[in-house]
Design a protein around this ligand. Structure first.
Ligand code: SF4
Length: 353
């Protein structure tokens, strides 16, 4: 299967590509992570996807202090010298010169044709499982032309398309991909607008407007709700989730995404401060409590929402999935940093949120 559409030369900055992803839409999927996000959620587990430009992971634990990275970008390298993020003039050259993998470039330009070359390798699996292509990030619609070209390529190749979005982009960006997306995984992080701003950097008004318009347009939408114990799991927010389901009876489901600490080392490797240092992962008790609280809300029991058959089949082994509640609990993404093309054997998929 190959793509021969008109947009194969379109370029975008890709952070990662995950084959055999099971948590980013129905069936077996390839998830392409695009760099750039308008939000800065304090629980973000993919901080390397926040900035649009390329960055570098530096792992001091496997650095030999050989100085090759410094020499590669024209800096003096005295014995014992190691990577210096502040003075490095060419992170790509430095990462290429590093003999140990202590430096890894995160984010580089790909054309649509290059991405689709990888994506179409698993077309048979998509067909047999009801899977397909998912764009995640970051926020894929920060690179809307590239995202639209990828979805167009997916459609032309007969591949199911899914957008994992934070929702905080102009409506025009959604309008550009609306005819090309089979399923929207739409984040809903906090109900109170000011609290949303405190936690994520922007309030939730724009995303709620976009959700309204997507549902009015008849789009297939599933809510994704990251939940962090003691931070955004208040009864008011859980009630807000139920209210949205009541307002939008066409929503295809609610996916709860419990916080875990898998993203913590990434902050260190990027040389950034972890916004939630030492904060514990959600416990089984937290998850059970959220599940019970949501399923007890009348709005959730009344709303005619269900997982689609493909989704139910693909997620049938989830210990938290429930046909009666229509609520599914899945892990947050546990992508390990660095390697550009990996399979699901080393990590589970998910949203950059
Ligand atoms: S090239 Fe790699 S191993 Fe050598 S000093 Fe730089 S980061 Fe460390």
């Amino acid at each position: 299967m190959s793509y021969a559409g008109p947009s194969t030369d379109a370029c975008g900055v890709v952070d990662d590509l995950l084959r055999f992803s099971l948590h980013d839409g129905p069936g077996i999927r390839t998830t392409v992570f695009l760099k750039g996000c308008p939000l800065r959620c304090c629980w973000c587990h993919n901080p390397e996807s926040q900035r649009h430009t390329a960055e570098v992971f530096y792992r001091s634990d496997i650095c030999r202090r050989c100085g090759s990275c410094r020499r590669a970008c024209g800096q003096p390298a005295s014995p014992g010298a190691s990577f210096d993020r502040e003075t490095c003039r060419d992170i790509a050259a430095a990462a290429t010169a590093c003999p140990t993998g202590a430096l890894q470039l995160v984010g580089r330009e790909w054309t649509v044709a290059q991405v689709m070359h990888e994506v179409t390798k698993d077309a048979d699996y998509y067909r047999s499982s009801g899977g397909g292509l998912t764009l995640s990030g970051g926020e894929p619609l920060m690179q809307v032309s590239f995202a639209a070209a990828l979805f167009d390529a997916g459609r032309r190749a007969g591949i199911h398309t899914c957008l994992d979005t934070c929702g905080v982009v102009p409506w025009e960006s959604f309008a550009a991909v609306l005819p090309l997306v089979d399923l929207f995984l739409f984040d809903y992080k906090e109900t109170h607008p000011q609290r949303h701003r405190e936690l994520a950097g922007q309030d939730n008004r724009l995303l709620l407007q976009n959700l309204d318009r997507l549902c009015e347009a008849g789009a297939a939408v599933r809510l994704r709700c990251p939940l962090v114990p003691g931070i955004n799991d208040s009864p008011e927010h859980l009630a807000g989730i139920a209210r949205l389901c009541e307002q939008h009876p066409t929503l295809q489901g609610v996916e709860l995404m419990p916080f875990h600490r898998s993203g913590a080392p990434r902050y260190e490797h990027l040389g950034r401060e972890d916004p939630l240092p030492g904060y514990p992962s959600a416990s089984e008790e937290d998850i059970a409590r959220w599940h019970a609280a949501l399923t007890a809300l009348p709005a959730m029991s009344r709303t005619p929402l269900e997982f689609g058959p493909e989704r139910s089949k693909a997620r049938g082994t989830s210990p938290r999935s429930s046909d009666s509640s229509r609520i599914e609990v899945s892990p947050l993404c546990t992508r390990s940093p660095g390697a550009a093309w990996r399979t699901n054997s080393s990590k589970t998929g998910g949203s950059g949120m």
